[in-house]
Ligand binder design. Sequence first.
Ligand code: NAD
Length: 468
Amino acid sequence: MSDVSMTIGGERRAAPSTFGVVNPATGEVHAEAPDCSREQLDEAFAAAAKAFVDWRSDEDARRAALKAASKVLMAAGERVAPVLTAEQGKPLAAAAMEPLAMGYWLRYFSGLEVPREVIQDDEAVYAEVVRRPVGVVAAITPWNFPIVLAGWKLGPALLAGNTVVLKPSPYTPRSTLLVGEILNEVLPPGVVNVVSGGDELGRWMTSHPTPRKISFTGSVATGKRVAASAAPDLKRVTLELGGNDPAILLDDVDPGAIAEKLYQAAFDNCGQICSAIKRVYVPEALHDDVVDALATRVAAAKVGDGMDPDTELGPIQNRSQYERVSELVAEALARGGSAATGGAPIDGPGYFFQPTVLTGVAEGMRIVDEEQFGPALPVIPYRDVDDAVARANATTYGLSGSVWSADVERAGAVAERLECGTAWVNAHVALGPHQPFGGFKWSGLGVENGPWGLAGFTEIQVQYRARS
Ligand code: NAD
């Protein structure tokens, strides 16, 4: 039995069967979630298609509903946090922020203008470009920020007049199901449907004839499968995929002063952030000082069960990710790298890994070339800025990157050379609902957030009126 339900057509629904959800702090199944059947998925899409008819027609009602949804989410932190921590591992305080952030996003979109533009207005023709909803949206999310990332999709999708079927990751389904129940208190039936199940449910969604748009956040490998699955009937697709973000430190940084910011941008959420710092490039002369300052901060991080209020870093979210991080670190160490701090899994139950700073590593090692998505950070010396920029860009990823310096203008000039969707100066993982977020190359297709993200949930329509 699952104590959280799917939401289909405004009703709380159990599934014919359930699947176990593991608490990563113990490695044990702690609860169940509904395993949506194919018929139930059909029902969810049918409910969304039915709700679309009225929902699309009244923009004021949509804005009011988004505001109401924002309000209930902002009051739901304490209710959602224990459910999210138990399945995701993150500390309770961070878990409580997720519904708040989703509420903040929904409030932003409740007030965002849906653009219309007059392109011709003369004696012969009045022509205007307007935005129309695409229809039913299939939204698929990963396990690192289940609620926040659902908010990135629901805000713009709903404002534009679409209805949604949302599927969370099978690793973290319960917090999203709970959010679905909460939203159902204020949204009309069928506008947001939440279903849960395995990866196969995601495949059913992307190949289903009803949705006209897939909004996907997850790994590059799955993103490519989603794009292929959407192609036969030309469903619109937005893909927010992985990253291997570089941070380039210039030769005038104060290692002690930036260590805390680097630590947070690399290790928050146990390093499981798409746009976390995943490689640090430092001038050769500063290498040892940066490693010392960073390793000191990282070694002080309190690792533990997210339910413990003192915990800074929880476990890695799932076994296969834990094994992957362990493998990447072990390979780096076996090939001549060394750990300035950490370097190994933590004994005992759960998927805990020592927060790790690696030196003596370089391109050609998986910890540098691939997205580690965990609490292990390589620090790599560079010769000159051209060398650093070339190495930062020499990847199939292009999500984001940062440049750090006492001189913002100088850093800005280097940041302009980064091939990625967001190029920060003296910051990293600084995001907001008004700021478009997306990746170059294999890090994605399209963007989320701001008017640009809203546009991705619309079709352009020309309203053309001949006057003579
Ligand atoms: P994943 O790709 O394994 O799974 C993501 C979602 O896709 C899950 O809900 C899963 O059930 C579903 N899925 C799996 N196979 C599918 C298929 N064939 N068709 C449709 N859906 C399918 O990713 P993950 O391991 O959950 O998440 C980690 C990845 O997500 C990392 O690479 C990370 O960088 C990326 N990510 C990107 C962003 C961003 O905004 N760019 C944000 C967070 C995470």
